[in-house]
Design a protein around this ligand. Structure first.
Ligand code: UTP
Length: 303
């Protein structure tokens, strides 16, 4: 069995839900506190044992490439001013792992973005981590999936139960239950408008068999006129084992404004230098309702 060592991070979408911020800046560079979204995702991949990462970038995605590249001028300035802590942070980003980039010339859909990285995959199983989905968890979400893959080779799709009324915003799976966490997938539907087969939604983490690239090569546009990864996965599932996996963790869709704001608040509250100031602010805003939670947090911190 091949190990999963490669990951694709698609980050070439237009980010229309976040306009005008994303007119000239990719949404994957929007910061959660002080770190761009995409760095959290790269870190999840590395902590899961991924050795090679390719980011699919598009128009105006130059800043993503620059972020993971060396910045000699900035490093020299920080060194000169003996700002060693900052210097370490800046160098740390560059030293994370070797990151490759490939361009998706037109945003034709997620399936097309993945297909743009076909040469990088070179016949090996690979992971996909969407560039705008952050998952906070004790064990990185992708690591949880790789552990499943090692027991059950095949494609593994992370899912989460979502409210039935919002199912039409997601790609959802249909499957036969193996245990509480695993289903064998029998069908997948992108953004079902009627009769959704389940409320188990795909949340942006996949381990895929490289055969998906052959399918994507001929994939016709689907929902929204985009080349959908879900449609290609449906074909793959007809041929090979594909499992849905209920991961453990908290998902932030930072490509949506509400998800972005929630992530910023939650991550900032956990930071020593920001937490108490933010709790105070929330206390004032909520007329004291945030007090209990704040008190609990303080108790945890002291304990
Ligand atoms: P989304 O559908 O959330 O991205 O795709 P989007 O199209 O940029 O967002 P909105 O709806 O217009 O706000 C999920 C991931 O797939 C990438 C996106 O960058 C995002 O990380 N993607 C999407 C591509 O790389 N290429 C595409 O053609 C479409």
């Amino acid at each position: 069995m091949n190990k999963v060592k490669k990951a694709i991070i698609p980050a070439a979408g237009l980010g229309t839900r976040f306009l005008p911020a994303t007119k000239a800046m990719p949404k994957e560079m929007l910061p959660i506190v002080d770190k761009p979204t995409i760095q959290y995702i790269v870190e999840e991949a590395i902590c899961s044992g991924i050795e090679d990462i390719i980011i699919v970038t598009g128009r105006s995605k130059r800043s993503i490439e620059d972020h993971f590249d060396k910045n000699h001028e900035l490093e020299a300035d920080l060194e000169c001013k003996q700002k060693n802590e900052l210097l370490e942070i800046v160098r740390g980003v560059t030293n994370l792992v070797e990151i490759h980039c490939v361009r998706q010339k037109e945003p034709l859909g997620l399936g097309h973005a993945i297909w743009c990285a076909r040469k990088f995959v070179a016949g090996e199983p690979f992971a996909v981590l969407l560039g705008d989905m952050i998952i906070e968890s004790e064990v990185p979400c992708l690591k949880q999936m790789i552990d499943v893959y090692e027991e059950r080779p095949g494609s593994i799709i992370a899912v989460e139960e979502v409210p039935w009324e919002s199912v039409s915003s997601y790609g959802v799976i249909q499957g036969d239950m193996i245990n509480k966490k695993l289903n064998r997938i029998t069908n997948l539907v992108e953004k079902p408008k009627i009769n959704p087969p389940s409320n188990l939604a795909m949340i942006g983490r996949y381990i895929l068999d490289p055969k998906i690239m052959d399918i994507l090569e001929h994939q016709q546009p689907g929902v929204g006129g985009e080349i959908q990864l879900t449609d290609a996965m449906k074909q793959l599932a007809a041929d090979q084992n594909m499992y849905s996996f209920r991961y453990e963790g908290k998902l932030y869709d930072v490509g949506s404004k509400l998800g972005f704001l929630k992530a910023n608040i939650d991550f900032a509250l956990k930071r020593d230098e920001l937490g108490s100031g933010l709790w105070e602010h929330l206390y004032e805003l909520t007329g004291g309702a945030a007090q209990d939670a704040g008190g609990m947090r303080e108790a945890r911190r002291i304990g």
